[in-house]
Design a protein around this ligand. Structure first.
Ligand code: XMP
Length: 319
């Protein structure tokens, strides 16, 4: 019988057989795949696991804390949180081009991760675990397209002198199966059912240059949108939802005063494969509440718009 319990036991047995008493390194991103893998590896090999979480300063409100809490079972000494926000923000300074931003985040990520990986390698760590799923395996085999989008997120790109054996326990699993494992392993619901979040994070949701001030504005607005989706029980009915801070400012009026605030875009989509997507018909009362909350609680934002473009022609992200 092919139950999640059976899959879990098989995976644990396989990992133990493969790894023996060796140490394993894992990069966690805060997404469901790497978080589930962290809990699985911890269950299988305990303190032989070292998980590294790079905080690139482009995460959403409370996200780092949430991941730290969820990975509590690993034990403090097996989870290394690297705060590299300064380094990423410095590298992104003055950069507006989306592809350039992606490259910079990818490059800095490898730099930070490489430093950790090298230390561990010198301590005798032999394995590098990745949460590669079956569809990723297929896509990579196919070459171009979607595999390309996520390329930097995989921890390829390590220099050739830094060698690890690759451990990919999920390479025959689909996302739904990983979510079932996550449930068995006690991964908290918000992470287990979390929408995908791009590797470059909020850097590609701030159109134009990324600054600490804009990150702060976007974080607060995004949190209001996402929290409201959860409160209205709409979160699970859409495949992805996001807020985008545009560089545009528009005129408004607060009391008797003329105001001048940023235009914020909200987007929610339904999709099966993220290759095509339909904009989500969220209830107007819901959108009304969100727009009011955002303009009230984030005064830097003067206007909220809802994106009614499907993919194609528009991509899901605005950059
Ligand atoms: P688009 O915007 O191309 O997005 O319709 C499709 C899916 O991919 C995600 N995405 C990314 N994920 N690095 C990532 O890891 C990226 O650079 C990137 N760009 C887009 C996007 O969030 C959506 O789920």
């Amino acid at each position: 019988d092919w139950t999640p319990e059976h899959t879990l036991e098989t995976l644990i047995a396989d990992i133990r057989a493969k790894v023996g008493s060796d140490r394993v390194l894992l990069a966690v991103s805060g997404g469901v795949d790497s978080s589930t893998l962290a809990l699985l590896l911890s269950r299988a090999i305990g303190s032989q696991l070292t998980a590294v979480f790079v905080d690139h300063g482009l995460l959403r409100l409370g996200e780092r804390h949430e991941v730290e809490q969820a990975l509590r079972p690993l034990g403090d000494e097996n989870l290394r949180v690297v705060d590299a926000s300064e380094q990423f923000l410095q590298a992104l300074k003055g950069v507006s081009d989306p592809e350039e931003k992606r490259k910079i985040v990818g490059r800095e990520f490898i730099r930070v991760f490489e430093a950790e990986a090298r230390k561990l390698s010198q301590e005798g760590c032999r394995w590098l675990a990745q949460g590669t799923l079956y569809p990723d395996v297929i896509e990579s085999a196919g070459g171009e397209g979607a595999a390309n989008i996520k390329s930097h997120h995989n921890v390829g790109g390590l220099p050739p002198d830094l060698k690890f054996e690759l451990l990919e326990p999920f390479r025959y699993l689909f996302k739904d199966e990983v979510r079932e494992l996550a449930l068995l392993l006690g991964l908290p619901e918000p992470i287990r059912m979390r929408h995908p979040f791009p590797g470059p994070g909020l850097a590609i949701r701030i159109l134009g240059e990324v600054t600490p001030h804009k990150l702060d504005i976007l974080r607060r607005a995004d949190d209001i949108f996402i929290s409201a989706l959860r409160e209205w029980n709409l979160y699970d009915s859409v495949s992805q939802a996001l807020a985008v801070l545009t560089p545009m400012q528009s005129v408004g009026v607060i009391g008797d005063e003329r105001s001048y605030g940023y235009v914020l875009g909200l987007r929610a989509v339904s999709t099966v494969d993220f290759m095509t997507a339909d904009w989500a018909r969220l209830p107007l009362d819901f959108l009304d509440e969100v727009a009011r909350k955002i303009t009230r609680q984030v005064p830097e934002i003067g206007r909220v718009v809802y994106d009614i473009t499907s993919k194609p022609p528009a991509t899901i992200e605005w950059e």
